[in-house]
Design a binder for this molecule. Structure first.
Ligand code: SF4
Ligand code: F3S
Length: 106
């Protein structure tokens, strides 16, 4: 399965959702989550993300491991998103910030 990780937080570019053949992205206030039960591992989304936030589960680095469980959990709580929309207004200024885990809004 594929996992959305920290770089997505406060950017939410949504280019990823357009290409997903099974529409398994779910939208929170400042982050998206992939439902691992629905993802078919097609790998189409990963290269679409401008901040490289989407990783294959077995390539998630140690400091991002919490996102595996977070994607599963948040995808159950958030509404589906299948159409691209404008990124968050300050996306550009956040896309190089590396320590923003604590800013994830539920
Ligand atoms: Fe969707 Fe494919 Fe990405 Fe899984 S890997 S979230 S199925 S685009
Ligand atoms: Fe997030 Fe990248 Fe998609 S920033 S919304 S994972 S395109």
């Amino acid at each position: 399965t594929f996992v959305v990780t920290e770089p997505c937080i406060k950017c939410k570019y949504t280019d990823c959702v357009e290409v997903c053949p099974v529409d398994c992205f779910y939208e929170g206030p400042n982050f998206l989550a992939i439902n691992p039960d629905e993802c078919i591992d097609c790998a189409l989304c990963a290269p679409e993300c401008p901040v490289d936030a989407i990783l294959e589960e077995d390539e998630v680095p140690d400091d991002q491991q919490a996102f595996i469980q977070l994607n599963a959990e948040l995808a159950q709580q958030w509404p589906n998103i299948a159409k691209k929309k404008p990124s968050l207004p300050d996306a550009k200024q956040w896309d190089t910030v590396t320590d923003k885990k604590h800013l994830l809004e539920r």
